[in-house]
Design a protein around this ligand. Structure first.
Ligand SMILES: CC(=O)SCCNC(=O)CCNC(=O)[C@H](O)C(C)(C)COP(=O)(O)OP(=O)(O)OC[C@H]1O[C@@H](n2cnc3c(N)ncnc32)[C@H](O)[C@@H]1OP(=O)(O)O
Ligand SMILES: O=C([O-])CC(=O)C(=O)O
Length: 453
């Protein structure tokens, strides 16, 4: 048999053998996607790290949509952001300290924590050389491979005691920006035949500023660019235990495997276009809209295009408006609101107000069109809002960062939440390996000898 015919036969066969009737889930009380009928997540754990709030449970059991709230260690993220902004200083390092330890650092603790991060940012020579030799165009994939490689440079990789876990976590938080920036420089060098810039991070700059320096060079960024990148890092740092990547890290960690294996799983999850990878999809979708909509002020034209997306006739023909919808948030995603406020200032600095106005119009129309469409196409209309990925791509693009690093930037912040959740998963006193069950819905069949098939 020809190879390609066998591949065709196998793919035809899996179309049938993977089909599971949607009705069976309801009949057997199995929660599709670990979601209850009303869309809320099935409770699978307890945490003291982050809280994501998008609805209120009513006495009659229904869910009432409310404006979104996000808490890091019990602290409203809006207060945290406004607190550091008022004092005009970077906040990502402080956020990392809070999420990892559970308490805000005092001045001297923060100073020492910053110093540890800054001096840990440079990669060992072997790690740099490894990144230079890695093939591939996808930086999330390169990041995952580099993280697995760090296992080999760690003298104590498998030790899951709290002090070793903290040491490993700080090392990863500090090294992610360097790995991502170097991976991009290699990609740029290989793909565009441009000079290779491997810039050594400064010891006295914030993570956000060092990243811009390693990506763009000395004096090639503004204060506002540093501030908005710092804000994006704060806002992406943590999102409870149930988001797909953090849950993946928790599932893998519950086997007591090493930190690098667990974090590589989180990176793989975050890369998906329904999760962190949506920020690249949003950029692609907006670029397509800019090209195909002749009058950016014409809401009828915008509506028609959005309807085409939903009907799988435009963009990637997947039926999804990227940057819209969320598993928990209903009326608003607080991160998108905070990012949008600063994106407006950035749009002014970069003279991109017209494009920003276009995005605001798309946001408003997309929510309306989606809800009208779902109202007539699905059993229950879903209250949606823009999520954090809607404005992040615009922000990164406006500060001169290429789309190849959009999702890696998410990972660069979320490594904080992943680390805290891994530490929690391995330390609470009544921990257990995560091992749910799948109900088998196939009849048994006899083994048939090969000459009889
Ligand atoms: C950082 C983050 O991870 S934020 C999320 C980033 N992802 C995106 O922006 C991708 C676009 N959004 C989505 O795909 C979804 O809204 C998700 C994955 C984020 C959340 O999904 P859920 O809350 O599980 O929504 P759910 O799957 O219940 O959606 C209900 C219905 O709305 C549809 N839907 C949800 N979001 C969208 C969307 N943005 N565009 C079109 N249809 C959508 C679903 O296909 C489903 O349709 P159906 O009832 O006909 O099957
Ligand atoms: O919570 C989720 O499902 C996705 C999300 O917004 C995040 O991880 O930041």
């Amino acid at each position: 048999m020809e190879d390609k015919y066998l591949i065709y036969k196998l793919s035809e066969s899996i179309k049938k053998t993977t089909d599971i009737n949607k009705e069976l889930f309801a009949q057997m009380n199995v929660k599709r996607g670990l979601r209850n009928e009303d869309g809320s997540g099935v409770l699978v754990g307890l945490t003291r790290i982050g809280d994501v709030v998008g609805y209120e449970k009513q006495p009659d059991g229904t869910l009432k949509p409310i404006p979104g709230k996000l808490y890091y260690r019990g602290m409203d993220v809006e207060d945290l952001v406004h607190g550091v902004q008022r004092e005009n200083r970077p906040g990502f390092e402080e956020t990392a300290y809070l999420i990892l330890s559970g308490v805000l650092p005092n001045k001297s603790e923060l100073e020492t924590f910053r110093e540890i991060i800054m001096k840990t940012m440079p990669l060992e020579h072997k790690a740099t050389m490894n990144i230079l030799s890695l093939q591939g165009k996808n930086i999330m994939n390169i990041l995952a491979r580099s993280v697995l490689e760090l296992y080999t440079y760690d003298e104590n990789p498998d030790d899951i005691s709290p002090d070793n876990l903290i040491r490993q976590s700080i090392n990863l938080i500090a090294k992610f920006p360097t790995i991502i920036a170097y991976a991009y420089q290699v990609l740029r060098h290989n793909q565009l035949a441009r000079s290779l810039h491997i810039r050594h991070p400064y010891e006295d700059r914030s993570v956000a500023e060092n990243f811009l320096f390693m990506m763009k060079g000395k004096d090639a960024y503004t204060d506002l660019e540093v501030k908005i990148l710092d804000l994006a890092l704060i806002l992406h740092a943590e999102h409870g235990g149930g988001n797909n990547s953090t849950f993946s890290v928790r599932v893998v960690s519950s086997t007591e495997t090493d930190t690098y294996s667990a974090i590589a799983a989180g990176i793989g999850s975050l890369k998906g276009p329904l999760h962190g990878g949506a920020n690249i999809k949003v950029k692609g979708m907006l670029d397509d809209m800019k090209k195909n909509i002749s009058d950016w002020k014409d809401t009828d034209e915008i509506d028609a295009y959005l309807l085409k997306i939903l009907n799988k006739e435009a963009y990637d023909r997947n039926g999804l408006i990227y940057g819209i919808g969320h598993a928990v948030y209903t009326i608003s995603d607080p991160r998108a609101q905070l990012l949008k406020e600063m994106a407006e200032q950035l749009a002014k600095e970069k003279h991109r107000e017209e494009e920003f106005e276009f995005m605001k119009r798309i946001e408003e129309r997309a929510v309306k069109i989606f809800m009208d469409y779902k109202g007539s196409h699905a059993k229950s209309a879903k209250q949606v809002c823009v999520n954090v990925d809607f404005y992040s791509g615009f922000v990164y693009d406006a500060i001169g960062l290429p789309s190849e690093v959009f999702t890696p930037l998410f990972a660069m912040a979320r490594i904080v939440g992943w680390s805290a959740h891994r530490i929690e998963e391995l330390n609470f006193s009544s921990k257990r390996i995560i091992r749910p069950a799948y109900k088998n819905v196939l009849e048994t069949q006899p083994y048939v000898p090969i000459h009889e098939r």
